[in-house]
Design a protein around this ligand. Structure first.
Ligand code: ASP
Ligand code: MG
Length: 416
C-alpha cells in the first residue's frame, strides 16, 4: 500500500517526539508499505518566526515572510530523515520546490495549482526510500518560495495523496479525531467516526481548527479519504469522506465556534444600484476576506452595511474600507472586535426543517443576543458577543443532544 502520513507541529515538537514518529513510520514501512511523509514545523517554530519578523518590522514583505516561514518545515524534514536513518531505513527529505509543488503567487496564502514531482517521488519509493516532504510550502512560476496559509501542511499531505493516488491519507495530530465540538469547551463532546467533506469544510472554515480548509476542498475534489488520528495514541480517529445516505440520519453533526471575528459597519451608504458591487469589488481588490454581509432596510435613500472579517485582518480591512467609505460618500465606519460566530453543521439539514429555530431557542434560553445570522444548506451561523461564546456552544450542543451516543446512527463503515 502507498500511504501518505502527515505529522503536525506538536507531533514533531522536540527531538524525542521526532524519534517516536520515526519509529512509527519505520514500523509501517516494515509491514511492506510505501510511505510519503509530510511534516509541519516543530512545535511553535512558525509562531516564533513570525514573532522574530515582527521584531524587525511591523510591515514585512510577504515574499520574505514566506522565505522565512518555509525554513521551519525544512528543519523538521531533515531531522526526521536523520531519525529514520538511525533506525536503519532509508529516507530522503524534500522541500516543496524539490517535489514540484507549484502554487500561485499569493504569498502567505498561496494555492497549489499543480504538483510536478510525482514521478520523482515514485522513483525514490521504488528504491525503497521513505519520502519526506516539507509541508506548507511551494514555489511559484518565478521560483519564489510560497506558503499555503497557517496549517497548510494538511493541504500538502492531501495534494501528495491525490497525485500519488495513495491508498490512505492519515493526518496525525494532537487530538484523536474530529469532535462534535471543542472538547475543551464542552466536556461531553464526542469523537465522530465519520464526517462528510462538506460538513468538515464548514466546520473548518467556521473555526474548528482541526484541519486546513483547503485540504478538505482538495480531498473532496480528488476523492481522498482522510483519516484524522492521534499521533500519541494508537486508536481509530475520524474518517473524512464523501457523504452517503446514512449520514443524513444525523441532523446536526457538530457545533463550531470562531472567536476571532470582528464586525465592520459602513454607516449611511447611499442606497443606489451598483453601490454594493462597487464596495465589495474594492474590498476584494484590497485582498480582504469578508464573511457575513448584512444590509439593513434603507431609510431615506441611505442604508447601513455590516460584515464580518477575521480579527487579524481587521487592521488591513479598516484601511481599505476607510478609503471606500469616503469614495462612496458614506457617513463613516464603525467596528467591533469582540464578536464570535457559533455555527451548527450537518448534511442532514438538507432534509430536515426547524434547525435554525432550535438553535435560536437554545441561545434565547441563555439570554444570548444574536447580532447577525447566516444560513446555507448545511449550516446555520449566528454572530454573537464573544463573551457569550462558550455558553452558546454548550447550550446548542445540549439542545441537539450531541453528547448523547444514541442520536448517532451512523457506523464507521469505511474504516480500514
Ligand atoms: N507550520 C505551519 C503553521 O504552523 C504549517 C502547519 O503547521 O501546517 O501554520
Ligand atoms: Mg503548525
Amino acid at each position: 500500500m502507498l500511504i501518505v502520513q502527515k505529522y503536525g507541529g506538536s507531533s514533531v515538537g522536540n527531538p524525542e517526539r521526532i524519534r517516536n514518529v520515526a519509529r512509527k513510520i519505520v514500523d509501517r514501512k516494515r509491514l511492506g508499505n510505501d510511505l510519503v511523509i509530510v511534516v509541519s514545523a516543530m512545535g511553535d517554530t512558525t509562531d516564533d518566526l513570525i514573532t522574530m519578523a515582527s521584531q524587525i518590522t511591523d510591515d514585512p514583505s510577504e515574499r520574505e515572510m514566506d522565505m522565512l516561514l518555509s525554513t521551519g518545515e525544512q528543519i523538521s524534514v531533515a531531522l526526521l530523515a536523520m531519525a529514520i536513518h538511525t533506525l536503519g531505513e532509508e529516507a530522503i527529505s524534500f522541500t516543496g520546490a524539490q517535489v514540484g509543488i507549484m502554487t500561485d503567487s499569493i504569498h502567505t496564502k498561496a494555492k497549489i495549482v499543480k504538483v510536478r514531482g510525482a514521478a520523482k517521488m515514485r522513483q525514490e519509493l521504488k528504491k525503497g526510500k521513505i519520502v519526506i516532504v516539507a509541508g506548507f510550502q511551494g514555489i511559484d512560476k518565478d521560483e519564489n518560495i510560497t506558503t499555503l496559509g497557517r496549517g497548510g501542511s494538511d493541504t500538502t499531505a492531501v495534494a501528495m495523496a491525490a497525485v500519488l493516488k495513495a491508498d490512505e491519507c492519515e493526518i496525525y495530530t494532537d487530538v484523536d479525531g474530529v469532535y462534535t465540538t471543542d472538547p475543551r469547551i464542552v466536556t461531553d463532546a464526542r469523537k465522530l467516526g465519520v464526517i462528510a467533506y462538506d460538513e468538515m469544510l464548514e466546520m473548518a472554515s467556521l473555526g474548528a481548527k482541526v484541519m486546513h480548509s483547503r485540504s478538505i476542498e482538495m480531498a473532496k475534489k480528488f476523492g481522498v479519504v482522510i483519516h484524522v488520528r492521534s499521533s500519541f495514541k494508537n486508536v481509530q480517529g475520524t474518517l473524512i469522506q464523501e457523504e452517503d445516505a446514512k449520514m443524513e440520519d444525523v441532523i446536526v453533526r457538530g457545533v463550531a465556534l470562531n472567536k476571532d471575528e470582528a464586525k465592520i459597519t459602513i454607516a449611511r451608504v447611499p442606497d443606489r444600484p451598483g453601490i454594493a458591487a462597487k464596495i465589495f469589488k474594492m474590498i476584494a481588490e484590497g485582498n480582504v476576506n469578508i464573511d457575513m454581509i448584512i444590509q439593513n432596510v434603507s431609510e431615506k435613500g441611505y442604508t447601513d452595511l455590516s460584515f464580518t472579517v477575521l480579527k487579524d485582518e481587521l487592521k488591513k480591512a479598516l484601511k481599505v474600507i476607510g478609503t471606500i467609505a469616503r469614495d462612496v460618500g458614506a457617513a463613516g465606519v464603525k467596528h467591533d472586535e469582540n464578536m464570535a460566530k457559533v455555527s451548527v453543521v450537518g448534511v442532514g439539514m438538507r432534509s430536515h426543517t426547524g434547525i435554525a429555530a432550535a438553535m435560536f431557542e437554545a441561545l434565547a434560553s441563555k439570554k444570548i443576543n444574536i447580532d447577525m445570522i447566516s444560513t446555507s444548506e448545511i449550516k446555520v451561523s449566528c454572530v454573537i458577543n464573544s463573551r457569550d461564546a462558550e455558553k452558546a456552544v454548550k447550550a446548542i450542543h445540549d439542545k441537539f443532544k450531541l453528547g448523547d451516543k444514541k442520536v448517532l446512527k451512523e457506523k464507521v463503515g469505511a474504516a480500514k
